[in-house]
Design a protein around this ligand. Structure first.
Ligand code: 1HE
Length: 270
């Protein structure tokens, strides 16, 4: 699917390590530091945070990609060596804030992955809601080999996708997973041919943007929290979220449209 993207204006246009483009209800945010394989320095993490909290109201879904041959080489290691312990904790928290702005932000985000998706790059991908991997994508957590630990939310998010055992293996042994192994283990939901990821990401984002906003809100905000609750607490929260979503005008109109045969059937275009 090709959407008609045009460059974002205002504050979003000033983010020089990103390229932000908008096509109606879909934003395309591209990591734009290819010479450093999109390694994430302090400026880039701050710009990612800014971008996701300042998307225009009309945007209902986003696609995140990386410029060049790789999605993201993770933390910019050149900034690591001089940090004190206290600075390290605060630095990690800036990543957490940026990743939370993505995962628990206003719009669902589809990450399109290719080449290296390593270290903080995998942490970034894990904070998105859907991951589309091109065949070239590969996943690694070289922190173990670099003598450090994940600090961008990876220990909370990667095991929820692929299990503690997979992450332990990747970190202790340096195991790298290819695109298909990553999909089998839950790191991506789709694998597509090289060069086909962006179109797939746009197709998914356009579908997502067409959902009722409160449904998307429930999926983004309630679903992961319910998964972390005990079953009785989760079911209670589900009943509240279900009632709120059903009470919304958008839900009433969509249900009416189906009953009046104006809406598509499951698995068929409307
Ligand atoms: C970098 C980085 C980086 C590339 N920090 N500068 N991440 C890593 O341990 C991954 C380290 N990077 C690599 O293993 C490789 O660069 C890649 C497999 C990703 C790509 O290889 P390649 O051959 O395409 O590129 P390259 O020649 O290695 O790199 C091109 C340039 O990018 C080069 O700089 P140049 O000035 O010599 O041209 C590299 O130094 C630079 N570069 N990756 C800094 N990561 C919140 S905590 C998260 C903790 C982590 O993410 S740890 C994992 C860090």
């Amino acid at each position: 699917m090709s959407l008609n993207f045009t460059p974002a204006t205002g504050a979003l246009a000033a983010l020089d390590l990103l390229r932000v483009e908008i096509a109606g209800a879909v934003a395309h945010i591209r990591l734009n530091r290819p010479a450093k394989r999109n390694a994430v320095n302090d400026t880039l993490i701050a710009q990612l945070h800014s971008a996701f909290v300042s998307l225009p109201e009309a945007v209902k879904a986003a696609v995140l990609t990386g410029e060049g041959d790789h999605f993201c080489a993770g933390l910019d290691l050149s900034e690591l060596s001089e940090r004190s312990v206290a600075e390290g904790v605060l630095h990690s928290r800036t990543w957490h804030a940026a990743m939370d702005a993505i995962q628990f932000g206003r719009v669902p985000v589809v990450a399109v992955l290719h080449g290296a998706v390593v270290g903080g790059g995998l942490e970034l991908a894990s904070s998105c809601h859907i991951r589309v991997a091109e065949e070239s994508a590969y996943y690694g957590l070289p922190e173990g080999q670099r003598g450090i630990f994940v600090g961008g939310g990876g220990s909370a998010r990667v095991p929820r996708l692929a299990g503690v055992q997979t992450m332990t293996d990747m970190m202790l042994t340096g195991r790298v997973l290819d695109a298909h192994e990553g999909e089998r283990r839950g790191l991506s939901q789709y694998v597509v041919a090289n060069g086909a990821g962006f179109a797939k990401g746009c197709e998914l984002a356009a579908k997502i943007a067409g959902n009722a906003p409160l449904s998307n809100f429930a999926v983004m905000q309630a679903l992961p929290r319910i998964a972390d609750l005990s079953q009785p607490d989760g079911l209670f929260v589900e009943s509240l979220m279900a009632a709120i979503a059903q009470g919304d005008d958008a839900a009433k109109e969509r249900v009416r449209a189906f009953l009046e045969k104006r809406a598509g059937k499951v698995g068929k275009a409307s």
